[in-house]
Design a protein around this ligand. Structure first.
Ligand code: BJW
Length: 230
């Protein structure tokens, strides 16, 4: 029987597309205070600053292209005979542009959310505090992303997939953020074999059955070819 695969990705898979990671030297959290730009309290204090942070990232994302790792996962989803559930912590749209279907547990940079009526719609190029919701008219629009202290998306579907996984692979994530950092333990408890593909050893490495280290654009296509070769 073909194995059910669950993949978790983090910022490292998009690093070679030119999008910054968070916790590497020179990463986003070395340049910005996460309390100011990635918490609901920071947004309430200074929405213009938070919009500027995400407007700049939206611009970088539009200029970036999917890399060999995104394309390899799309190929795996299309060719593998059993389920391949892709969970991403990333808010960029590089998987969609590579043809892969992902559960965006931390939301999507290219979507906007009204925190008055919960409507969602494609984000304009530049969001601003005075932007109005197209559904209810409230000037309460924000990027549709999950900040610290907020509940990640798709958790029921994610936990069901982890509980049924034969193989769990984490790619380009430090494992520093919960609940994603604990998915390896959820999958292992369900009997899955676990593999880390990351540029370098992470604090989570000891939690995995196996770890391979190097750039995602090299490791991921090799791993996908090996899976498809059986
Ligand atoms: C490469 C590479 C290459 C580089 N190739 N690899 C105390 C204890 C435990 C938990 C908590 C606690 N206090 C608070 C919490 C909860 C909190 C949390 O985890 N805090 C920790 C910091 C301690 N979590 C939350 O608040 C979450 N919600 C929540 O818990 O709700 C309650 C709940 C209860 C019960 C069940 C479930 C939920 C929400 C977290 C929201 C995170 N939001 C962000 C911002 C989102 C929008 C945005 O992008 O701006 O999400 S923070 C940021 O970190 C972003 C990322 O998705 C996330 C993870 O980062 P990631 O992707 O792992 O990036 P890095 O930079 O850390 O790592 C990159 C890796 O790539 C590195 O290892 C590199 O080596 C590697 N790499 N180049 C391969 N070329």
């Amino acid at each position: 029987m073909s194995e059910r695969i669950v993949i978790l990705t983090g910022a490292g898979i998009s690093a070679e597309s030119g999008l910054g990671t968070f916790r590497d030297a020179g990463g986003l959290w070395a340049q910005y205070d996460l309390e100011e730009v990635a918490t609901p309290e920071g947004f309430a204090r200074d929405p213009a600053k938070v919009h500027a942070f995400y407007n700049a990232r939206r611009e970088n994302c539009r200029a970036a292209a999917p890399n060999a790792a995104h394309h390899a996962i799309a190929r795996l989803q299309a060719a593998h005979p059993a389920a391949v559930t892709l969970i991403t912590q990333n808010i960029d749209d590089l998987f969609a542009r590579a043809g892969a279907e992902a559960l965006h547990m931390h939301g999507e940079l290219m979507r906007a959310l009204c925190h008055s009526c919960a409507a969602r719609w494609p984000a304009p190029e530049r969001m601003a505090p005075e932007g109005a919701c197209p559904q209810c008219g409230a000037r309460a629009t924000r990027p549709d992303v999950v900040w610290f202290g907020e509940m990640p998306y798709h958790l029921d579907e994610i936990l069901a997939a982890l509980g049924a996984a034969d193989r769990f692979v984490a790619i380009g994530t430090s494992g520093a953020v919960q609940p994603a950092g604990s998915f390896v333990q959820e999958a292992a408890a369900a009997g899955a074999r676990t593999l880390e593909l990351n540029l370098e050893p992470s604090e989570a490495t000891p939690l995995f059955d196996e770890a391979r280290h190097g750039p995602a654009t090299a490791l991921v296509p090799d791993w996908v070819e090996a899976v498809l070769a059986g």
